[in-house]
Design a protein around this ligand. Structure first.
Ligand code: TRP
Length: 385
């Protein structure tokens, strides 16, 4: 099926390189349906809770909203068989909150299930797809790795795989995938044309490798669960077609929506400094960005706000606050205060700024610690049990 074609008919395009800006919940549901992913329904959420004891805010609030074969992962786990996690990042620039939040969820999964995690850093991808030189990419690679690791991943079970640094291992496995992908299917799935460079056509084979790498290295079939945002789905849809032909399980996935940008819906964009909160923004700039740019679900005047209340669901400050506040009772209370008009938009923004600054301060401290010890997180086949 031509996924891209399917999405284009409604002036909506979802590939790893283009995402139309205004996606509503109903759009996400439709994309999941058209891509052939299943929704994370209440039954599935309860199954997860059965293993984890509680539900991460990203599950509660439907940020992670779809999956493929998550049930098979849970079946295996329930039967005492292990699985592993795989996610990644293309180092094309500094990281903002929107980039980091999926990793926060992945860390939760790692902690709850106590499993290995491969984090792929696709520096080759960004060279092929963006107009950035290798020196800059290499700088972002180092910086991004520290940012990601500052979330506190388990050092014994976290394996950072940098494409350019692990190219031997990757290449020999990527060619096994590439053998099964024709240029016409790459065109159909990703929307490439004859004028796209040939590296782009090959790249998806590289992104597929970590989805079976542990099985390959261990010589036994181990299931892989991949958390990713919906724009990455075309890669893994292809990977699921090919990997069984190599003799391994189809990878499973758990799929998220985009974290809304400061200015409203759509994803936080790296090209607009004010559309996101950067991890190195100091507390004052965070507050200023929120006050000045954050899309508000409140009313135009304080008077109207007191009278009619806000719509917290479309409010950036409220949304970020609830993602970072683990105390569900508190979140519900704030939701009600803001919705009913007891709380003003400025107060909501201020509360969110405090929460973000608290979060960033912890990352900064962790980052310093991790930076002394990055090499111990790097991918090394000998580190897997
Ligand atoms: N292609 C992703 C990006 O541009 C990076 C990536 C590689 C990734 N492997 C992944 C993302 C697995 C999620 C899951 O950021």
């Amino acid at each position: 099926m031509n996924l891209r074609g399917a999405m284009m008919t409604d002036k909506m395009e979802v590939t790893p390189w283009t995402v139309s800006q205004e996606l509503k919940d109903t759009d996400y549901d439709r994309i999941a349906d058209e891509f052939g992913a299943k929704r994370l329904n209440d039954e599935m959420l309860e199954r997860i809770r059965g293993f984890t004891g509680d539900l991460h805010p990203f599950l509660k609030y439907g940020i992670f909203f779809a999956h493929r074969d998550l049930d098979l992962i849970l079946d295996d786990y329930g039967n005492g068989k292990r699985f592993y996690l795989y996610t990644g990042r293309g180092p094309s620039g500094k990281m903002h909150l929107g980039h980091l939040l999926p990793f926060l969820f992945t860390k939760w999964l790692q902690d709850k299930f106590n499993v290995d995690l491969i984090i792929q850093i696709t520096d080759d991808e960004k060279y092929l797809f963006r107009d950035i030189d290798q020196e800059d990419i290499s700088r972002y690679t180092d910086e991004n790795i520290l940012d990601i690791l500052s979330l506190g991943f388990n050092p014994d079970r976290t394996h950072v795989l940098v494409d350019s640094q692990h190219s031997g291992l990757l290449y020999n496995n990527a060619i096994k995938v590439a053998r099964y992908i024709t240029s016409s299917s790459a065109k159909a799935v990703f929307g490439f044309t004859d004028s796209d460079n040939i590296g782009k056509f090959f790249f998806t084979s590289i992104q597929a490798v970590p989805a079976f790498l542990l099985s390959e290295l261990k010589g036994e079939d181990i299931r892989c669960l991949i958390p990713y945002a919906i724009d990455q789905d075309p890669h893994f849809k292809l990977a699921r077609d090919v990997i069984p032909k190599l003799g391994y399980y189809k990878p499973s996935s758990i799929i998220s929506k985009f974290i809304p940008s400061l200015k409203g819906s759509g994803k936080m964009s790296s090209s607009d400094q004010n559309s996101g909160i950067y991890l190195d923004d100091d507390p004052k700039s965070v507050r200023k960005k929120l006050m000045k740019y954050a899309f508000s679900g409140g009313r135009d005047t304080a008077e109207e706000q007191r009278k009619y209340g806000a719509n917290p669901d479309i409010d950036f400050a409220f949304n970020v606050y609830r993602l970072l506040e683990e105390n569900y009772g508190k979140v519900q209370k704030i939701h009600e205060e803001y919705r009913s008009g007891n709380m003003l938009s400025g107060e909501m923004k201020s509360l969110a700024a405090d929460k973000i600054n608290e979060f960033l301060a912890v990352l900064r401290t962790n980052k310093e610690r991790v930076s002394k010890d990055v090499s111990s997180y790097m991918f090394d086949p000998a580190r897997f049990e």
